[in-house]
Ligand binder design. Sequence first.
Ligand SMILES: Nc1ncnc2c1ncn2[C@@H]1O[C@H](COP(=O)(O)OP(=O)(O)OP(=O)(O)O)[C@@H](O)[C@H]1O
Ligand SMILES: [Mg+2]
Length: 671
Amino acid sequence: MADRGADLHTLSPFMLTITGVSKSYGDRVLFADAALQVNRGDRIGLVGPNGAGKSTLFGLILGEEPADEGRINRERDATIGFLPQESAPVGDETAVEIACAITKDFVGLMRKVKAWDAGHPVEASHPEELHDDVHERFHELNGYMVEAKAKQILAGLGFRPEHFDRPAKELSGGWVMRAHLARLLTQEPDLLMLDEPTNHLDLESLLWFQQYLKGYPGAILVISHDREFLNELVTGIVEIRQKKLVRFTGNYDQFVFQRDAADAQQLAQFKTQQKEIAHLQAFVDRFKAKASKASQAQSKMKQIERIDRIEAPVGDDKKVGFRFPQPIRSGQRVIWLQDLHFAYGQTSVYRGIELEVERGERIVLVGPNGAGKSTLLKLLADKLQPQRGTRGLGHNVSVGYYSQYRVEMLKPERTVLAEALDTEAKVTEQAVRTLLGSFLFSGDSVFKKVDVLSGGEKSRLALVKLLLSPPNLLLMDEPTTHLDMGSIDALVDALKQFEGTLVFISHDVHFIKALANKVLHVAGGVITPYLGDYQFYLHKTKADSARAALTAGGAGGKVAAKAPAKAAAKPAAAPAPAAGPSRNELQKQQKKLQQVVAGHEREIEQLEARKAALAKELEDPALWRDAARADRAQREFATVTSALRDRTAQWERDAEQLQRLQDQAPGQASK
Ligand SMILES: Nc1ncnc2c1ncn2[C@@H]1O[C@H](COP(=O)(O)OP(=O)(O)OP(=O)(O)O)[C@@H](O)[C@H]1O
Ligand SMILES: [Mg+2]
């Protein structure tokens, strides 16, 4: 591409061209003569079942993995940013430093500049690095702006300001991934390559991230199994299919529609051609022995050989299609919590909750991020101990807990089979193999080492282990992470057959809709039950969108902004003017502060209204047809969100201060 004329180079829309690429691991062919072109401005979703080679394709593009054949050309000046599927180890940097690392030297510079700003410059180990040089370079990189942007992005991805400066080593893998994701968004490379970026995000961050990517200026190539995310974001889908890369225009639903239509058409053509071939073949068979017709038979034979064969379309991706061995039956009352109190250190999560789960219920926990859904599940699983209250288990109840950590417990050096056999259950190797087979570990693939498994393959193996000794109370935290759509559907099927009791957390609306027969809304330490399926919950809460409702804070079901909730909780939130003229300094201060606080509240109210209006506008598909308008709305949304956050922080500070003053001068305050 590049030698087509250097003058056109800067205008070239091509960023990445893949031609004739083949790649195998042993006997397993992942790609044969595959091709793809990515242009500037493309938003492509890369899809295919677990183990199809999506992550491998990223490795090939990045040059981390050699192709067996073919060429991969990257546009000379294009910058590429990459988020891997699984997290990399970290050093001593903080979350903010990871997010700021837009160049190799940036964090070093930032540390020096900060030290200088704080009045204690780092001892000049390199004397040539004078104050001015460091500052100049920092300014060149737009240092302060970078930091501000990085912080804004971190906040969008769910980091609280007090965690910005925590060493990444203290963070869990999911949070480290978020910090790296923040770095990529701060860097803003021309091509963003993301391998299942939504796996580690809670819903609130996911919605923010989705919105942010919509306004992203560069090209995006994203691997995801999340239909809704793809529908929202992409304008093209590339499917790994029969070892090729097949490109479709449109979002995920449009892709499914086109693929099904193309399959139907291909099937029709295939059948027509098969008929034609059969017809010719019959002629050949009939006349090949007859001397008088031999030459005609010969020519028909040639005709058959010349036909460009249409292949039969492959059916849907193989369904996992496994079946739970059913657990023993438990009593009717399965598990209950009474007057349960739980706090992490000083932070109280639950103060006296009551909960009872009955046999056969399939309960989904919904509610805002940080409301304590995972905590509740862990309390049920006895992984966390309450400070007060009781947890009771019914007759014959066995509890199984599934989370991402199950995957981390797999031993990398073991084979799939050895790992699956390592279970407490008394099962035969044959049974294990059958279950593995239904999870698409068939033939020799059961001898694969765990450490070469793809992300989804690891999750499936962990599920197999859980299902080999099925408990009758299954507690699952985000069980669909890493699973491809076929496996999610199969898991749905299996869980529908499951005769035990299920309590789960998921942000996959499709999965929830298919399974839940009861919804528990968890927010602010309060559990509100909805005795119906997810549709019923949506109806009851009059939610705007199925997904937004998952994170909704209030019983209203809307994504509530934080400030009002806090306003209600703080006694100092709505002070009325002080009665009578102020007599001392304390009262003056108090009055002034009251005005300030009231001012904050008015402003917060306005910002919230604006934010809600913008959110509504951004949800309107029509907006996205006008790129400039969409971009404007997007930017304003970011500005308003950030202003709202700042203002809320100020309000909190001032309201607290006011409270302190009022405590010092009781009786003078509002009432
Ligand atoms: N070094 C290796 N040696 C042998 N097999 C490998 C190696 N690396 C990957 N594989 C296999 O290649 C296949 C493709 O792996 P890849 O990670 O690209 O899948 P994927 O499409 O990203 O899947 P997922 O959706 O589960 O993330 C898998 O079956 C995997 O086990
Ligand atoms: Mg992968």
